[in-house]
Structure formats: C-alpha cells, structure tokens
Design a protein around this ligand. Structure first.
Ligand SMILES: [Fe+2]
Length: 214
C-alpha cells in the first residue's frame, strides 16, 4: 500500500459474517470508518513527497523519524488504514476455513496449545482499556506473542510482524453487542480467515529465514 491510498474492497459480502458481525456494522465500519482514515491519510501526506514514495508499513515502522508537521495525523490515520485492512482481510464466513496443522504447530510452539493462544488473545482484547487492538505478532527471533495497542497504534514500530488483529474500538461491535465486548471477542474466533493467517505466518517465517541467509 502506498500513496494515494484507496479504500480496499472487502473480499466477501457485507452480510457474510452474520450472525456474528452484522451487515450494518460492516457497512459502517468499512465504508465510513475505514474510508475516513484513507481520506485523512491522503490529506496528511499530500505535501510530503518523500513519505508519498514510501509504503505504509515502512512509514509506520519508522514513525520517530517523521519530520512532517502532520506526524500525528499520519500516525493515527496511517495506523487506521493498516490496522483495518489487516483486520478485514483476515475475516471470513463461519466454517469457511479452519486452522491447519501448520498453524496449530506454530501456536503450540509459542503458547503451549491453541486453546492457550485463544485465552491469551482474548485476555489482551478484553484488557485493552478503551479503544485499540489485540494482536498476534512475531518477533525477529521467530517467537509468536500477543500484544495490544491503544488507538490506531501498530506493532510495526516495535519491530514486530503482525499476523492477526482484532479491532476492539466500540465501532467494531457496538451496533451488534452494545457493551458486551466479551461476546464479540468470543464470536470473533468463528470468523477468522485461517488461510490468510497461514499465508502471513509463512511470509513471516520466510522473512526470518532470509535474515539468517546472509
Ligand atoms: Fe475499526
């Protein structure tokens, strides 16, 4: 992804995640919330040719060195674009995918078991105070872990590779669950696109291998 950013369409219908996430939520979340981040990010970058030429992950990995007067807007809206695309891309209709043996082995190696991963991820999603995200990430040593970030911050600035993320801003679930974030998080595990998770894991491991190649 790079400037000018565009609203990336969903790869499934707006009602494909029902009954866990409604068509109304998806329409608002994707077409309104994400679209606003895209618009605001383009606006914040419109006079900065050096940042326009960088891809979004590189910008978000190196926030401390942004000298633009729009640095805060770039951080917030750039994170909004990256985080939402990452989240929407890894959702799928119930029962359309399942964790492969490869995924289960990776999660077991880092967390002890799939269930322990679910418990850790859920705890992070529920423990994030206010708006933010919970993430499954990989570090530079090949270890998977779970972290949370406030607002639209990303783990990229901490040199972590995002594998999976859940949006715990109220706009992600309030229409369907009101204040019941735990129900939203529990149901989220029914609509994860495990094929995308596997692809991200394989890309992450390939990148690690490459680091050790030289
Ligand atoms: Fe969101």
């Amino acid at each position: 992804m790079s400037y000018p950013y565009e609203l990336k369409p969903l790869s499934y219908a707006y009602d494909a995640l029902e009954p866990f996430i409604s068509k109304t939520t998806m329409e608002l979340h994707h077409d309104k919330h994400l679209n606003t981040y895209v618009t605001n990010l383009n606006f914040a970058l419109q006079d900065d040719e050096s940042l326009q030429s960088k891809n979004l992950e590189d910008i978000l990995s190196d926030l401390e060195n942004i000298s633009s007067p729009n640095a805060v807007a770039i951080r917030n809206n750039g994170g909004g674009v990256f985080n939402h695309n990452h989240y929407f891309e890894a959702l799928a209709p119930q029962n359309s995918t399942k964790p492969s043996e490869f995924i289960l082995q990776a999660l077991t190696a880092s967390f002890g078991s799939y269930d322990a991963f679910v418990e850790t991820f859920t705890k992070a999603a529920l423990g994030q105070f206010g708006s933010g995200w919970a993430w499954l990430v990989g570090n530079s040593a090949g270890k998977l872990s779970v972290v949370s970030t406030p607002n639209q911050d990303t783990p990229l600035k901490d040199n972590l590779t995002p594998i999976l993320n859940i949006d715990v801003w109220e706009h992600a679930y309030y229409v369907d669950y009101q204040n019941r974030r735990p129900d939203y998080v529990t149901n989220y595990f029914n609509i994860i696109n495990w094929n995308i998770v596997e692809q991200r894991l394989r890309d992450y491991y390939a990148k690690l291998t490459c680091l050790f190649c030289n």
